[in-house]
Design a protein. Structure first.
Length: 371
């Protein structure tokens, strides 16, 4: 017994002292002038990730801004927040169950970057990422030893997927959704995840409609498109909410929330760690419904009565970030927030630090999931 205990202890200590290697890479993409390249951050040797932090530079001359950022995990338990300032994207990633990075050939993050209409064909821009060496951790909270291989974007070809509408949520059998882009033709074929069969309707060179035979969840679905000429495009679907201006100017208000997969009808936002006066807490909401959503946000404390509350309207397809102190002027301290709505919205807490521009995210405690 003593021998085996000593052996186990020695192995555990050695494992803790020698972090496992975590290998990531940035994809190499090709997109035409005026199109969109979807850059993928991929774990080449799958391992469960609960936290990670990276930054990527999209300041090359061929780029025309970032159109959308999404975090991906097969069960929808990954979340986080991104910032985009002067061509630089920072990613603060988290996963409740550690499923982030656990699937082979499936990205943990996708970033849709527009290509300038006047970008010269053949131009190549490097896309490099910098990893925080201590932020990438496993289910036990132990750090990995991360390494990254950079990627590139080449201007070329004629076909590009620029967006999928609605991009996320449950698609019912017989309910069409649209692939938008450039360079489509009547012979273009589309393949979804192997388990999903669907009919393809060519609308025009910038739109193809897809009608599935069975219901499925569109979030994170791999879409492979092939034109008559043999040009191929791969795209991972996500809901690209339209930013709603709320008057906030803080780092949190300007950030891009990366929401969990599930929507909520009733949830608590519990802030956990103390928030300093120099930090700005915010509530991020996204309405993936086709109608506006009325969302009630109430301050709560323990099992006592609710405190002050406000109701905000999120338009269909809208994404809004509300600074808590703007919602509740004169609020003392930072109580938990109860968020309720009739149908369901996506919810995330954000905390920004103005001196550094850093923003972190907090998941809600779900009481009722969305319909």
């Amino acid at each position: 017994m003593h021998f085996w205990s000593t052996l186990f202890l020695g192995t555990a200590v050695a494992s803790a002292a020698t972090p496992a290697l975590l290998s990531l890479k940035v994809s190499d993409e090709v997109a035409p002038p005026g199109g969109v390249a979807q850059i993928r951050l991929i774990v080449t040797d799958p391992k469960p990730i609960v936290t990670g932090f990276a930054s990527m530079d999209f300041g090359g001359d061929i780029f025309d801004g970032v159109r959308g950022i999404a975090v991906h995990s097969t069960d929808g338990s990954a979340y986080g927040v991104a910032t985009y300032v002067n061509g630089k994207v920072t990613l603060d990633l988290r996963s409740i169950r550690g499923t982030l990075g656990s699937t082979l050939d499936y990205p943990i993050v996708t970033i849709a970057v527009a290509i300038r209409p006047d970008a010269p064909v053949g131009a190549v821009a490097s896309v490099n990422a910098v990893l925080n060496p201590t932020a990438w951790r496993n289910l036990l909270g132990l750090p990995y030893a991360p390494e990254i291989k950079g990627g590139s974007v080449t201007v070329g070809g004629t076909a590009s997927i620029t967006n999928v509408v609605p991009g996320g949520g449950k698609i019912l059998a017989g309910q069409p959704f649209s692939i938008l882009g450039l360079g489509f033709d009547s012979k273009t074929t589309v393949k979804l995840n192997d388990a999903v069969k669907a009919a393809t309707t060519f609308v025009n060179s910038e739109r193809i409609d897809i009608t599935p035979e069975t219901s499925f969840k569109l979030d994170g679905t791999q879409i492979k498109l092939k034109t008559k000429a043999g040009e191929q495009v791969t795209y991972y679907s996500y809901f690209r909410g339209t930013r709603v201006e709320t008057g906030g100017t803080s780092a949190a208000a300007r950030a891009v929330p990366l929401f969990l997969g599930d929507t909520v009808r009733d949830a608590l936002m519990i802030w956990g760690l103390p928030i300093t006066p120099a930090q700005v807490p915010a509530i991020a909401l996204q309405n993936q419904q086709t109608v506006p959503a009325s969302v009630r946000i109430a301050c709560v404390s323990g099992f006592g009565p609710e405190g002050p509350s406000v109701t905000v309207e999120i338009p269909a397809g809208g994404r809004a970030v509300y600074e808590v102190r703007s919602l509740f002027p004169g609020l003392v301290g930072l109580p938990a927030m109860r968020v309720t709505t009739l149908v369901g919205v996506k919810l995330l807490g954000l905390v920004g630090t103005e001196s550094t521009g850093a923003v972190t995210s907090l998941p809600p405690f779900t009481i009722k999931v969305g319909l």
